[in-house]
Design a protein around this ligand. Structure first.
Ligand code: ATP
Ligand code: MG
Length: 267
C-alpha cells in the first residue's frame, strides 16, 4: 500500500493507492495526531508527505516518509488528473485556493510560482464567522446560495445609473460598497453577508489568477483546493468572472487531492 498525504493549514488530504486504484479521504489538520495513530497501524505502507505540516507529521510516525515540496507535488498531481481527464493543455495557470491562495504558471513540464493572495478559504471562514457567528463549512456554503449580494456589493451599473458604462454593468465596482446606501431600508441576512464574503474571495482569487495568466500568456486557468468543495456559489463566481475576462476556467474533480497524489507520484 502507498499513501500520499498533503498536510495543509486546515485539512489533511490523504490519497491511498492500492491495486492501481486511489481512494481519498480528508481530516482536519487539528486532528493530525489521529492521522499519525492510523499510520502506526500500517507500518509497512510506503508514505509520501507534502504540505506545511509534513515535517511535523513525520515526527509522529514510524515510517521514514518521502517528502516533496508542496508546489512540485501539487503540479505533479494536477498533471495526473489532467491526463485522466484527457485534457491536453501544456500552458496554463493553476490557482490552489486552500487556506490561502497560491498561483502558479505551467509550461509543459515546468511550474513557477506566479504569486498568491491572502484571500482564500481561510478568509471565507474567518470573515463569515466575524459577520454571522457561523463557523461550519457546510452550513456556510449552503446558506451562501440563498444570499442576495446586490444590496451589499456595489456594481458598475449602480454607479452608471442610466448612462452607458465603459465596462460591463454586472461587474463588481466595490465589494461591500453598497452597504451604506441600503442600511436604512434593508435587513442584511446572514445569507446575504456570506454570499458577499464568497464574492470578495472569488473575485480576488480570479483577478490575481487572470493577471498571472495574462502576464505569462496562458489561456487556461485551472482552479483547485478544498474551498470549492460543494461550494457552487464560489465556483460560479470564479467561473463566470474568468469567462467574462476571456480566459478558460477548469475545475478538477478531486483536485484538492493534487498535492497528496503528486507527492506519491514523485516518490
Ligand atoms: P494551505 O494549502 O493553504 O496550507 P489547506 O491545504 O489546508 O491549506 P485546502 O484543504 O485546499 O487548504 O482548503 C482549506 C479550505 O477548505 C478551508 O479554508 C475551508 O474554506 C474549506 N473547507 C472545505 N471543507 C472543510 C471542512 N470540512 N472544514 C473546514 N474547512 C473546509
Ligand atoms: Mg494546501
Amino acid at each position: 500500500m502507498k499513501i500520499g498525504i498533503d498536510a495543509g493549514g486546515t485539512l489533511i488530504k490523504i490519497a491511498i493507492l492500492e491495486n492501481d486504484k486511489f481512494t481519498f479521504r480528508k481530516q482536519l489538520s487539528t486532528e493530525i495526531e489521529e492521522v499519525a495513530e492510523w499510520l502506526k497501524t500500517v507500518p509497512d505502507a510506503q508514505v509520501a508527505l507534502t504540505g506545511g505540516k509534513a515535517t511535523y507529521l513525520q515526527s509522529l510516525i514510524p515510517q521514514n516518509a518521502f517528502q516533496s515540496i508542496e508546489f512540485d507535488a501539487t503540479f505533479r498531481g494536477i498533471q495526473s488528473f489532467l491526463t485522466e481527464m484527457n485534457l491536453d493543455i501544456s500552458k496554463f495557470v493553476f490557482s490552489n485556493v486552500g487556506t490561502g491562495t497560491s498561483i502558479h504558471f505551467v509550461d509543459n513540464d515546468k511550474q513557477i510560482r506566479a504569486g498568491g493572495t491572502g484571500a482564500g478559504g481561510g478568509m471565507m471562514m474567518g470573515l463569515s464567522y466575524l459577520l454571522t457567528g457561523k463557523e461550519d463549512f457546510d452550513e456556510i456554503v449552503t446558506i451562501a446560495k440563498e444570499g442576495n449580494r446586490d444590496i451589499i456589493d456595489l456594481k458598475v451599473k449602480h454607479i452608471y445609473k442610466g448612462d452607458k458604462s465603459p465596462i460591463p454593468g454586472e461587474l463588481t465596482a466595490a465589494n461591500f460598497g453598497n452597504v451604506l446606501h441600503n442600511k436604512d431600508t434593508e435587513n442584511f441576512t446572514d445569507a446575504d453577508k456570506i454570499a458577499s464574503v464568497l464574492g470578495i474571495v472569488g473575485e480576488t482569487v480570479t483577478t490575481v489568477s487572470i493577471h498571472a495568466a495574462r502576464e505569462f500568456g496562458a489561456e487556461y486557468v485551472v482552479y483547485i483546493g478544498s474551498s470549492f468543495l460543494n461550494n457552487t456559489l464560489l465556483r460560479d463566481i470564479v467561473m463566470n468572472y474568468t469567462v467574462l475576462r476571456n480566459f478558460k476556467p477548469y475545475f478538477i474533480e478531486n483536485g484538492e487531492y493534487s498535492g497528496a497524489v503528486g507527492t506519491l507520484r514523485l516518490m
